[in-house]
Each structure stands twice: as structure tokens, then as C-alpha cells.
Design a protein. Structure first.
Length: 298
């Protein structure tokens, strides 16, 4: 796919197109930087928001990050309007402000808040994102920002963005997105419960090894054989799967992967439990559906 952003002149995200994808909300901070404004009517995807977001897909945390950068948000009955503000004195943002726990990162908002902060840091000479959510989508965004000239330093509890983005040109920049790690877990689970060996070909080993490490560590502890051969990942069931107790936080396995570990645990030789460090209503429907068919206690 080739994308030419040099001729963008319309800050309106059309309703019928924005509703086709759940990621359309990230056009808002991008247009705000590029054009100084945006008009947004909502996104597609799972409509998991609470009353703050009128039970649509959450946008209030995106709006809140935008306002933390001193930009202006106006919420109308059917649209959200953003306008660029003076953010010259804004130097940092703590993602814990969007967490359901003050002790650590938890809840579904920390990822979106981190990505929005990264987008809004593009035109700032230096910006620090404290306690960031660090998963595949964020690492890909960081790699792209580095490719276009930003200096990004990552530690355990901060992302430091500095420097200027290189001037635009008529040349295309080539960038490869990391493969979907949730698909890797989905098909690995399917293969394991069917006693089938599986090989994923030509993966982004560097990023996947980092962002799937919690899941890989659990699979290894369950007795699954996981081996890298260059950029190919081999998954093999060596014997009986061992049941494990698993705690789910944004710094461990991804929340989308919980049901797959529930399925794998049912093939284990011992009882086990999964602790979900997030408001239970966000995952309750999924577990209720699983409970209809499988022997689990909620």
C-alpha cells in the first residue's frame, strides 16, 4: 500500500468511512498536527465504551490526552471538533492518569493514551511519556517515528521523544508493520489443542520476541516447545499441557489473549485460575460465552 499524505487538505473524517474501522480515532491527533483541526463522528469496531462515551467505542481518553497537550476539544451531539492550541510549555504526560489502578497500568485506555501522546509529540522538540504502555502497536509507531527522524529513547518507565521530523519529500518511505500477535496466539492455540505442529514464516522476530514475551513464557511453562529459526517461529506440543495460574495486566499477556489461555488451561492436568486486573464487565461477556460450552467458574 502506498500512502501520499503530502496533499491532505480536509480535516473532516467522513462518518461513513470512520465507522468502518476502529482505528479511525487516531486520525484525530494526526490531523490536528497536520492541519490544526479535525472533525470526527465516531469509529467502528467493538462499541465497548461506558456512559462517558455514550456506550460507543471509547474516545474520551483520546480527547483527554489531546486536552493535556492544551489543544481544544468541542463535543457536539453528533461530532467532536478539535482545534490546535498553544502547547509550548507542555513537556510530559503520565499514562498512569488513564489507568484503572494508581499502582500500575491497567484497563483498556492506556494503549490508546500512549499512542495518542506519541502522535502529538511529533511537532515538539522534546516530550516525555511516563509509564507508557509498550506493546506491538506502540513499538511499531516508535520505529516509524525513528524512521522519519525523531529520536526515541525507551526505558522501563518512560519514552523520551526528541528532535525534529525530517522535511517531507516526493520519495516514499518503506515501512513494514509487525504481524498481528493476536493471530499468532489464535492459531497457536488451535494447533496445540489439535496436536498439530505449526510454523509461522518470516515474522518480525525482534518486535514479536519482545512484545509476546509474557505469552511465550507462559506457553513454555505449560510445556509447549517454542523455537525460533531465523525469522520463522515453530510451535510444538511436547506432551500434556500444564495448567498455570495467570495474572493479566497490560504489562503481562494482552487482554485479548485471555480466552485462549482459558482454552489451553482446560487441557492441563491441574486446576488453575486467571486473575484479571481490570474492571470485570470488560471481559465478562467473553467468559459467559465460554462458560456455556466449557467447565469454568467465574
Amino acid at each position: 500500500m502506498f500512502i501520499d499524505a503530502s496533499t491532505i487538505c480536509n480535516a473532516n473524517i467522513p462518518f461513513f468511512l470512520g465507522k468502518c474501522i476502529h482505528g479511525s480515532m487516531y486520525l484525530c491527533p494526526a490531523l490536528l498536527i497536520a492541519l490544526g483541526k479535525f472533525e470526527y463522528y465516531g469509529s467502528g469496531g467493538c462499541q465497548i465504551g461506558d456512559s462517558i462515551d455514550s456506550h460507543n467505542r471509547p474516545f474520551s481518553h483520546i480527547a483527554s490526552v489531546i486536552e493535556c497537550f492544551n489543544h481544544k476539544i468541542s463535543i457536539e451531539s453528533n461530532r467532536i471538533i478539535g482545534n490546535f492550541g498553544d502547547n509550548s510549555d507542555i513537556t510530559e504526560l503520565d499514562i498512569k492518569n488513564f489507568s484503572y489502578s494508581s499502582e500500575d497500568l491497567s484497563g483498556p485506555l492506556v494503549g490508546g493514551a500512549t499512542k495518542t501522546a506519541l502522535l502529538l509529540s511529533v511537532n515538539k522538540q522534546k516530550f516525555i511519556i511516563k509509564n507508557p504502555y509498550l506493546k506491538t502497536d506502540v513499538y511499531d509507531m516508535i520505529d516509524f517515528l525513528r524512521l522519519i527522524g525523531k529520536k526515541i529513547d525507551i526505558s522501563d518507565n518512560s519514552i523520551v521523544c526528541s528532535g525534529n521530523v525530517m522535511a517531507s519529500s516526493n520519495q516514499y518511505i518503506e515501512f513494514n508493520l509487525t504481524q498481528c500477535i493476536s493471530e499468532i496466539i489464535t492459531y497457536s492455540t488451535l494447533a496445540l489443542i489439535n496436536n498439530t505442529n505449526l510454523t509461522f514464516l518470516d515474522l518480525n522476530k525482534k518486535t514479536i520476541s519482545l512484545t509476546l514475551k509474557p505469552e511465550i513464557d507462559i506457553l513454555l511453562a505449560m510445556g509447549v516447545s517454542i523455537k525460533w529459526e531465523r525469522n520463522n517461529l515453530h510451535i510444538q506440543k511436547k506432551g500434556d499441557i500444564k495448567g498455570l495460574n495467570i495474572e493479566v495486566t497490560p504489562t503481562t499477556i494482552q487482554s485479548d489473549h485471555q480466552p485462549f489461555f482459558v482454552l489451553l488451561s482446560l487441557y492441563g492436568s491441574t486446576d488453575c485460575y486467571i486473575i484479571v486486573i481490570t474492571p470485570f464487565f470488560l471481559v465478562q461477556k467473553t467468559y459467559q460465552r465460554i462458560k456455556q460450552f466449557l467447565n469454568i467458574t467465574i
